[in-house]
Ligand binder design. Structure first.
Ligand code: SF4
Ligand code: SF4
Ligand code: SF4
Length: 249
């Protein structure tokens, strides 16, 4: 496929959770209730009341600020659409977490070899594409070639103004994304992040960081490492104390 995208039509979503279940399975995560982005959760459903359910997942920005903020290109936009992550390159500085305007990436704080975690549009499945789209029983989540999918979204919205709020979310947000949402209400009412910028955000991240002296930059990485070590120490201390408590109890 030339350039893959995902369309979420909120009017068709019944909140069944087949998408979250398929996502966990596809990413070899143990089945669990998905309440928000975390190390084991790349997609979740928000219950907005009155039978309105809205998914969240990485938006696969056209010009991703997470990738732009990464000093070692551990995240990059693939020509096929997905914004993918290479753990072997990652320094653990977590600039990507700060840079993402949609609050998507998370970090494996409790792992000995921590990674950044987020949806990679199931790029590991190749042509089979996103497992969530395959699993959705109502067509609320579909996948396809970006321009075709965008035309479909625009046509649904234009042809049924009684059902759809007259806007496709993702066309302008952060300069454009590869995940689109259409639905019965505006994005605020649907609970989608209010990302005002109609221009790509990378200029505000790594380009800006280029003007930061190296000592500050690597100092940041160093401090990040120290923070992680401190956190690890705290975890170990907590576990040891708990063990002592058991022995004394
Ligand atoms: S939504 Fe966030 S994590 Fe996903 S591609 Fe955009 S900037 Fe990166
Ligand atoms: S594309 Fe894959 S990783 Fe992303 S939300 Fe869907 S199932 Fe999960
Ligand atoms: S599988 Fe489809 S209908 Fe079910 S919750 Fe997910 S998007 Fe909605």
């Amino acid at each position: 496929m030339a350039h893959r995208a995902i369309l979420v039509d909120v009017t068709k979503c019944i909140g069944c959770g087949a998408c979250t279940e398929a996502c966990q399975k596809s990413n070899e995560q143990s089945p669990h209730e998905a309440r928000g982005f975390d190390e084991q959760t790349f997609t979740f459903l928000m219950d907005r009341g009155n039978d309105v359910y809205v998914r969240r997942l990485c938006m696969h920005c056209e010009q991703p600020s997470c990738a732009s903020a990464c000093p070692v290109s551990a995240l990059h936009k693939s020509p096929e659409g997905p914004v993918v992550y290479d753990a072997s390159k990652c320094l653990g500085c977590r600039y990507c977490l700060l840079a993402c305007p949609f609050g998507v990436p998370t970090y494996e704080w409790h792992s000995a070899m921590p990674r950044v975690r987020k949806c990679q549009m199931c790029s590991h499945r190749g042509e089979a594409g996103p497992a969530c789209a395959e699993a959705c029983p109502t067509g609320a989540t579909i996948t396809g070639e970006r321009e075709t999918l965008l035309a479909e979204a625009r046509s649904r919205v234009a042809n049924d103004p009684k059902t759809y709020f007259q806007r496709v979310y993702g066309v302008t947000e952060a300069g454009g994304t590869d995940v689109f949402f259409i639905g019965p209400k505006d994005s605020d009412a649907l609970g989608l992040p209010n990302v005002k910028s109609q221009v790509a955000l990378p200029d505000l991240t790594w380009q800006a960081l280029k003007h930061v002296p190296d000592v500050v930059l690597y100092g940041g990485v160093f401090l990040g490492g120290m923070f992680w070590l401190t956190k690890r120490k705290e975890d170990v201390a907590r576990a040891e104390n708990a063990e002592k408590g058991e022995h004394h109890g």
